[in-house]
Design a protein. Sequence first.
Length: 258
Amino acid sequence: MYFIDVQGTLISDTDKSPIAGSREFIEMLNETKTPYMVITNSTKKASKDFYEFLMSLGFNFTFDKYLDPLMLLEAHVAKEGVAAYGADEFLLTLQNMGYILDYEKPKTVLVAIKEDFTSHEYAQMIDFVLAGAALVGMHETSIYAKNNRRYPGVGAVLKLLEFATSCSYTVVGKPSVAFYEESLERLRLQAPDAKFKDVTIISDDVKGDLGGAKELGMKTIFVTSGKYKSAQEIVPFLHDALKPDAVYANMQEILESI
């Protein structure tokens, strides 16, 4: 049974094209009737729109095997009084979902991915949190890769704000326990007795996605087709308990190893 990441794992961070072996791996799972969930931290497009984008690239799986943070957001964040920070597409998606943005006296500071956060935005977030707003991250990705550059991910921004304010935060998407538990519940529609120990998760975010998954008992596979150029950039610096169970260059290598 598998949980499979998208960006940097199934599709390229550079041009969003399918990574070698990614479509074939999904087809193999379909043919062998192996239970799996495609789980992503994507938040720029509405859930159905991003799913349809993946279908347009030639991936073949039903929507009930797909999960992203936007699908859980309403259970975590009320729709009124949200100071949201992220790409323009994310802000528009929120508004289309009925969220009312408030940059005066928000109840929630909601952080998504963006490569060009400004000092003004950080200062505004800090002021809102110190005034009592809850701090929520759409996910806790360690690094954001775009245009062959690597930026601090949402997880890094949340850590900055936590240190600056001494206030804690919650996370909607990976690697939150709530997100993985929802993924497992949906996996159980395919395999009713599924447990975390039965799941192997594949991702390019070894510190974010895989670290949280390993703490829940999942087996972890790190692919170096996304955020990191090689395992040597990050794996030696992880605590032994959080190091991945296996490392592959891409989905093609995993497919060939099975």
